[in-house]
Design a protein around this ligand. Structure first.
Ligand SMILES: *[C@@H]1O[C@H](CO)[C@@H](O)[C@H](O)[C@H]1NC(C)=O
Ligand SMILES: *[C@@H]1O[C@H](CO)[C@@H](O)[C@H](O)[C@H]1NC(C)=O
Ligand SMILES: *[C@@H]1O[C@H](CO)[C@@H](O)[C@H](O)[C@H]1NC(C)=O
Ligand SMILES: *[C@@H]1O[C@H](CO)[C@@H](O)[C@H](O)[C@H]1NC(C)=O
Length: 242
C-alpha cells in the first residue's frame, strides 16, 4: 500500500513538472527557424512575441498553442503572418517537421503560391498527429494535390479561395494532379476555387474519401447545377458526381 502511494506521488510530481516546463527548447528553436523562414522570404512579420530568449516560454507566444499535458506545440496559427510581401510566397514545409505533436497548422491568407524545392507539403506526412491543415485564401493551384495526398492523418483540409483551376505551366503533370487517398478526411472545403465540373470530377478521387462528412465545393463555375447550399443540396450534388 505504501509503495502504491509512493508511485501515485511520483506520478503526480512528474505530471506537475511536465506542465510547468513550458515549451521544449528544441521547439523554441524550431519556432525561431520558422520565424527566420518567414522573415527571409517575406518583408517582415507580425511575430513580435517570438523572441530569442532562453527564458521565454514559447507556449505563451502569440499564434502558438501547446498541449497542457505534454507541453508540446500542437497548434500553429500563422494566418496573415507578414505585414508586406512579395507577390507570391514559396514556403518550405520542412520547417514545421520539428513539431512532432502538431495537430493543427493554419497558413491562411499568406499569398502562398507553392513550395521551395524539397520543401513540399508531402514532408508533413511525418507529422502523425496532423489533423487539420488550413491553406485557404492563398494562391495555390492544382499542382499541390499530389503532395497533399500524402497527408493520411488529415481529418480537415481547407483550400477555399485558391485558384485550383490554374496549374502552373512548369510541372511534368500539368493540370492532372488528383487529391486522393485521404481516407481519414472528414471535412474538405474547396469553396470558390474557380473549379468547373470537369475539374472537380478529375481532381478529387472521391471514392478514397470514405470518412468524408462535409464537402464544400460551393461558389465554383458549375453550370449544370445550382451552387450547393446546405446538406440537401450537397447530397444531390454527390449523387450527381457518382
Ligand atoms: C535566412 O537567411 C540567412 C542569411 O541569408 C541564412 O543564413 C539562413 O539560413 C536563412 N534561413 C532560412 C530558414 O532560410
Ligand atoms: C487543457 O486543454 C483542454 C483543451 O485544449 C481544455 O479543455 C482543458 O480545460 C485544459 N486543462 C487545463 C487544466 O488547463
Ligand atoms: C528548407 O528547410 C530545411 C530545414 O530548415 C533546410 O534544411 C532547407 O535547406 C530549406 N530549403 C530551402 C530551399 O531553403
Ligand atoms: C506551357 O509552356 C510551353 C513552353 O514552356 C508552351 O509551349 C505551352 O504553350 C505552354 N502551355 C500552356 C497551356 O500555357
Amino acid at each position: 500500500m505504501g509503495k502504491f502511494l509512493l508511485w501515485v506521488l511520483i506520478l503526480v510530481m512528474v505530471v506537475n513538472t511536465l506542465s510547468c516546463l513550458g515549451c521544449l527548447e528544441e521547439e523554441r528553436i524550431a519556432l525561431l527557424h520558422v520565424n527566420t523562414h518567414i522573415l527571409n522570404t517575406t518583408y517582415g512579420n507580425s511575430l513580435d512575441s517570438w523572441v530569442e530568449d532562453k527564458m521565454s516560454d514559447c507556449c505563451k507566444w502569440s499564434r502558438v498553442t501547446c498541449s497542457n499535458i505534454t507541453g508540446r506545440v500542437i497548434g500553429l496559427y500563422l494566418s496573415f503572418v507578414s505585414y508586406e510581401r512579395v507577390e507570391n510566397w514559396y514556403i518550405n514545409a520542412t520547417v514545421y517537421l520539428p513539431f512532432k505533436h502538431l495537430n493543427s497548422l493554419d497558413l491562411t491568407r499568406n499569398n502562398i503560391a507553392g513550395v521551395v524545392e524539397n520543401g513540399g507539403f508531402d514532408k508533413l506526412s511525418k507529422l502523425r498527429n496532423l489533423k487539420e491543415l488550413d491553406l485557404s485564401y492563398n494562391n495555390l493551384n492544382r499542382n499541390i494535390f499530389s503532395s497533399l495526398s500524402h497527408l493520411l492523418s488529415l481529418k480537415e483540409l481547407y483550400l477555399d479561395e485558391n485558384p485550383l483551376d490554374s496549374p502552373h505551366n512548369n510541372s511534368d503533370n500539368i493540370g492532372h494532379e488528383r487529391l486522393s487517398g485521404l481516407n481519414n478526411l472528414e471535412i474538405l472545403h474547396m469553396r470558390s476555387t474557380k473549379m468547373e465540373e470537369n475539374n472537380v470530377l478529375s481532381a478529387l478521387n472521391l471514392k478514397d474519401f470514405i470518412n468524408l462528412k462535409d464537402l464544400d465545393i460551393s461558389e465554383n463555375k458549375f453550370q449544370s447545377f445550382e451552387p450547393i447550399k446546405g446538406i440537401g443540396g450537397r447530397e444531390m450534388f454527390l449523387k450527381h458526381l457518382c
